[in-house]
Design a protein around this ligand. Structure first.
Ligand code: ADP
Ligand code: MG
Length: 384
């Protein structure tokens, strides 16, 4: 677990200074995949895995970054911080510093200890947790405080403009604004959000397929290009459609034939996913778990068949969950091509569900999966 006492001890031993400590959660997206950059809807929940950042000022003008996850330290002059990424974990905290510097803050010398239990690179947003924890720590040292949505946008810019990952706003937003026992229906157009309560009787069971197919980066980019091309076709007829968020299933019926077959399928996923995501939030709000499960199943089919962002292992993990006692709904979550599935499961059946799913997956795929029983947790915050 992410233990602030252990982080404090590490920081004290390494830097001989008392740290202020911040935590930022990872997240699981319940529904709404590849809709954020189409200015659509997503519905993630923050989870009880988090990245901790301990920070203390230094008087030698250095910025020293230490990650306990990698057991590695990097040191820079605060007055000459890198302006380009080096394809190293330090790009994420350095990206946050670069964006803050661009906002006219002078970055002082400091020591930063990072340590998290969000699984790295598994689609649970360890990168956003790292950015948001860093941003909270550094802004607190600067004596400034940004509202959660603004902090999220700064962190997204760090990932887009410095790290070079073309992600949407969802991951940073939920880490900075999540609410305990709730998912957030986020409107990625104006960043307004609505709380959707997750009943106390429901667990978020996250099943890691343990695979991440190497296509991820290139396929993400090509999917975005196909989505944008589909939008351009519709916009040629209806100029008010700036993003697929503004498009309807009827638009696809009328003008889909002008799109490439791939663009049409990708657009069908995004347009129907937006509708499903809003419907899923309404289902949660009125405690209609059956409908939520049905929408999650439909979302998985759409993600797998129309968006073609699943893989054999993820499809298998979802299929193997279907007849296990307690399942409400299951789908692949995150950017795709591997990573984790999210399963909504009746709380008291969750441990048996997790054990049975692990055994089935190991037998069928030949890989022992990691399965985590999680709960919706609160937003990033200062611990001490
Ligand atoms: P995800 O966000 O789904 O976990 P990403 O590939 O976007 O996957 O981000 C993972 C990367 O974030 C890691 O490879 C590493 O570079 C960085 N990272 C995340 N957490 C930490 C940490 N605690 N310490 C150092 N680097 C981290
Ligand atoms: Mg990430």
């Amino acid at each position: 677990m992410h233990d602030p006492d252990a982080l404090r001890s590490l920081h004290l031993a390494r830097f001989q200074a008392e740290p202020a400590i911040f935590a930022a959660p990872g997240r699981v997206n319940l529904i709404g995949e590849h809709t954020d950059y189409a200015e659509g809807f997503v519905m993630p929940a923050a989870i009880d895995f988090a990245t901790l950042a301990g920070i203390s000022p230094r008087s030698d003008g250095k910025v020293v970054l230490y990650s306990e996850n990698y057991a590695k330290e990097r040191s820079f002059d605060a007055s000459a911080l890198p302006t380009e990424p080096s394809h190293h974990w330090s790009d994420y905290p350095l990206g946050v510093l670069a964006i803050l510097a661009g906002e006219d803050h002078t970055i002082p010398g400091f020591s930063l200890t990072l340590w998290g239990d969000v699984p790295l690179g598994s689609g649970l947003s360890s990168s956003a947790a790292l950015e948001v924890a860093t941003a909270l720590a550094v802004t607190s040292l600067l004596g400034v405080s940004y509202p959660g949505p603004v902090l999220a946008r700064l962190c997204q810019r760090a990932e887009n403009e410095f790290v070079g990952a073309n992600c949407g706003i969802m991951d940073q937003f939920i880490s900075a604004n999540g609410a305990k026992d709730h998912a957030l229906l986020i409107d990625c157009r104006d960043l307004s959000f609505k709380l959707a309560p997750i009943p106390a009787s429901v667990a978020l069971v996250i099943a890691n397929t343990m695979v991440k197919h190497a296509v991820t980066g290139t396929e993400y980019t090509s999917r975005r290009a196909e989505v944008e091309a589909a939008c351009a076709v519709i916009a040629a007829h209806r100029p008010e459609v700036r993003f697929l968020r503004d498009a309807t299933p009827e638009d696809l019926e009328r003008w889909g034939s002008e799109m490439t077959p791939n663009s049409l399928k990708r657009a069908r996923h995004v347009i129907t996913e937006n509708l499903r995501t809003v419907a899923a939030a309404e289902a949660l709000i009125r405690h209609d778990l059956r409908e939520l499960g049905r929408l999650m199943a439909e979302a998985h089919r759409s993600y797998s068949q129309d968006f073609e962002a699943s893989c054999v292992e993820a499809d298998t993990m979802v299929a193997l969950a279907q007849d296990l006692p307690g399942l409400i709904g299951a789908r692949l979550t995150g950017g795709g091509f591997g990573g984790c599935t999210v399963n909504l499961v009746e709380m008291e059946k969750a441990p048996a569900f997790a054990a049975a799913l692990a055994e089935r997956y190991a037998t069928e795929v030949g890989i022992v999966p990691q399965i985590h029983i999680c709960h919706a947790s609160g937003r990033a915050h200062r611990i001490r």
